[in-house]
Design a protein around this ligand. Structure first.
Ligand code: ADP
Ligand code: ZN
Length: 527
């Protein structure tokens, strides 16, 4: 699609240079533009910051008619309309909170053959709930002036995505109702499962999928051992902010509102300028915090994942995860807010075993999500596999084995101190502890299991052998490893107040009983 000459090629080039003031396309932008200009239904999959908007903004200008842009976030649409107007591109926005006159003007322009407006931005609920809008749109279509639909964040159609929005389901009628109007979906979610689902919901099976690589060569990925006390976590964050990221701006993601408030106030007590951001705050306070961070009054925002879509700061130099994300997909999206300017930025995760169970007991009820969480755990506990390689595998990509350029801690530290340890004797001990607990009708959490294994817990649960000759933190990694490899499984129990994750023997543990059983685990570096 990119190398071919089309009747619009010259126009496309001129528009890129003269209207958007850009010299060249980024990977896959031209393919997407040519595909949609040729009238194909297409879905563009590119990481955040790769330049998806150009894929519909530019085509809108080279053909007659109106492009309808559907997007879930009003603030993002406002930004886009503003920047289009700055380039003298006539664009308009219509949301459910638009003033009456604006809504009227937007409705009229759909009927107006002489309108200059090229792009009309609407929220999905506007489309779904306004009969007048739909009938005017049909009029526009009948007059041959409906050029295309661009559906931003198109993964919101799918319940499998991380961001399902019920109003997006309604968009399924577009392809039937407006024959011959190409649909261009755009998303940063690359899971094939979600993409197939989106095609089904939009009724565009077999549409062209244009995907650019998800490799972000300028991001450095690192895991730090997370201390058990909040106080020690604060000390680590303080050091990072005061020395490593001095004069730089970034995000600290936490898993709960409580954590984000505690860490923000702890860091402030240490003299750092940080803001706090979560869903329980008033919208007005949230945008104040966002703005202060954007303008560098705050070095960092300590936030839950509510701080997400709509961050368009290009020079985020670090994204620190105080708790692991619930999947690699989520981790990629969250950490990917770093380094959008292409300069080096760091993605650091504080990992410890206990957090697995914090998250698993929160998310276990949705089908299949434990697998997603365990993918994240694998990424954290690897001792000798490049972290970027694990991310690439998640996106079914191969970034080439030498391509990390030492941009992850595993490659940078060149596997120093990693060795394989044999797990069979540990596996047997753990298996016997679980049997023993079972006989006494006791359920063990991962912590209790560790205690028993290291002869620290209640006497009645201790095994007859010696305490293992390894640091306890390695014991934690072994349990996490056995869990993600199905030697152990989680068993959830509910109380009125919480869900508790207990550890049971998994389907694979029987192998551990065989005499020729060998299971090696790469040991990560402990600092
Ligand atoms: P996305 O929607 O994929 O997150 P945007 O469309 O917001 O990304 O684009 C991110 C940034 O990249 C914007 O500042 C945009 O101007 C810039 N950009 C897009 N395409 C190009 C290009 N071909 N050359 C240079 N900069 C570009
Ligand atoms: Zn690497």
């Amino acid at each position: 699609w990119a190398g071919t000459e089309y009747e619009w090629t010259q126009d496309v080039d001129n528009t890129l240079r003269n209207i958007f003031n850009l010299d060249s396309f980024r990977p896959q932008q031209l393919s997407a533009i040519n595909s949609t200009l040729s009238g194909q239904h297409s879905i563009v999959v590119m990481p955040t910051g790769a330049g998806k908007s150009l894929c519909y903004q530019l085509p809108a200008l080279v053909k007659p008619g109106i492009t309808i842009v559907i997007s879930p976030l009003v603030s993002l649409m406002e930004d886009q309309v503003r920047s289009l107007k700055n380039r003298n591109i006539p664009a308009m926005l219509m949301t459910s909170s638009s003033p009456k006159e604006e809504t009227q003007a937007a409705l009229n322009l759909l009927k107006d053959k002489d309108t200059k407006i090229k792009l009309l931005y609407v929220t999905p609920e506007r489309l779904a709930k306004s009969k007048r809008f739909m009938s005017n749109l049909q009029k526009c279509h009948a007059d041959g002036r409906l050029q295309r639909f661009a559906i931003d964040e198109v993964h919101c159609c799918s319940q499998w995505g991380h961001d399902f929005r019920p109003d997006y389901k309604f968009l399924g009628i577009l392809s039937n109702m407006f024959q011959n109007v190409p649909i261009l979906g755009l998303t940063a979610t690359a899971t094939s499962h979600v993409l197939t689902d989106v095609q089904k919901i939009l009724n565009i099976p077999g549409c062209l999928i244009i995907k650019s690589t998800f490799n972000r060569p300028n991001l450095f990925y690192k895991i730090l051992e997370k201390p058990s006390s909040q106080e020690d976590c604060l000390n680590i964050l303080e050091k990072l902010l005061k020395y490593r990221y001095k004069n730089e701006t970034g995000i600290i993601y936490t898993n709960s509102i409580k954590d984000s408030e505690e860490l923000a106030s702890g860091l402030r007590k240490k003299g750092l300028k940080v803001g706090c951001y979560h869903a329980n705050m008033e919208a007005e306070d949230r945008s104040k915090v966002h703005l202060k961070w954007h303008d560098k009054h705050y070095q960092a925002i300590v936030a839950t994942v509510a701080f997400g879509m709509g961050i368009d700061k290009p020079d985020v130099r670090f994204v620190i995860h105080h708790t692991i994300s619930k999947s690699m997909e989520n981790y990629y999206q969250e950490s990917g807010r770093a380094g959008r300017d292409g300069l080096r930025a760091e993605c650091v995760t504080l990992y410890r075993m206990q957090d697995i169970f914090k998250i698993s007991s929160m998310v276990f009820s949705s089908v299949g999500v434990l697998g997603h969480l365990y993918g994240m755990v694998k990424y954290c506990i690897t001792g000798n596999i490049c972290r970027r390689k694990l991310i690439a595998e998640h996106f079914n990509e191969d970034w080439g084995s030498d391509d990390c350029n030492q941009m992850c801690d595993v490659c940078f530290e060149n596997n120093i101190n990693t060795k394989e340890i044999r797990l069979e004797s540990h596996c047997r001990t753990i298996s016997s502890i679980l049997d023993y607990a079972d006989q006494q009708d006791v359920k063990l959490t991962a912590q209790k299991l560790l205690d028993a294994w290291f002869l620290k817990g209640p006497v009645n649960l201790r095994h007859k052998g010696k305490s293992p000759d390894i640091p306890r933190i390695l014991g934690e990694d072994i349990i996490a490893f056995l869990l993600v490899e199905n030697y152990l499984v989680e068993d959830f129990h509910f109380t009125a107040y919480s869900t508790i994750s207990y550890i049971k023997k998994g389907p694979n543990i029987d192998f551990a009983q065989d005499s020729d059983f060998v299971l090696n685990m790469p040991v990560r570096r402990y600092t």
